[in-house]
Design a protein. Structure first.
Length: 195
């Protein structure tokens, strides 16, 4: 079975834990002293589920001077993960702004929201859940510190994309079969009456 390639881009305000989440997902450990991301960082991980998938994980910088180039990173992304910190309403508000920016620049983006630092007091839980429900995006509560929910969030996001791709492929195949059957029926009609 051929390996799939999937591009996942992680966005979010500064200090919400984007790099820590990716480090946790890739290495299953916590980097206590991560360096600030300058421009973008790139990780790879092979996820073996029903279809082996080679994940390209993009960690974007959130400093103001890099904001203009961020859309370049999420162009052609299969999944866009937008991270906020559960103890920061401003990071949640920034996440909502980023959702709108992505929606303006990309048709039908596959956006996943991650509320990081769920090991802390979650002061915005209800507001975040209401927003995700209203906007139609999945929301996962995760902790890069202890790993809670990180692997599950990525695995579910990837499997959702794979399921959508499989559905599209089956739909396209059934349309081709129906078209061929229709052509055969037309030929039979043409040849049947002129003997």
């Amino acid at each position: 079975m051929a390996q799939q390639e999937m591009k996942i881009v992680v966005l979010g305000d500064a200090s919400v834990g984007k790099s820590s989440i990716l480090y946790r997902y890739v290495s299953d450990s916590f980097n206590q002293f991560p360096a600030s991301t300058i421009n973008a960082s790139f990780y790879r991980k092979l996820l073996v589920s029903k279809i082996p998938t080679n994940l390209q994980l993009w960690d974007t910088a959130s400093q103001e001077k890099f904001k203009s180039i961020i859309p370049m990173y999420y162009r052609n992304a299969d999944i866009i993960i937008i991270v906020f910190s559960v103890d920061s309403i401003s990071s949640f508000n920034q996440a909502k702004i980023q959702v709108e920016e992505v929606r303006q620049k990309q048709e039908k983006p596959n956006i996943i929201l991650l509320g990081n630092k769920c090991d802390l007091h979650n002061s915005i839980k209800n507001e975040a859940e209401d927003y995700a429900l209203e906007a139609g995006y999945k929301l996962h509560w995760v902790s890069a510190l202890n790993g809670q929910g990180v692997k599950q969030a990525f695995t579910e996001a990837v499997e959702d994309v794979l399921n959508k791709q499989e559905f599209k492929m089956k739909t396209a195949q059934s349309q081709v079969i129906e078209h061929k059957q229709l052509n055969v029926a037309k030929k039979e009609l043409k040849t049947g009456c002129c003997k």
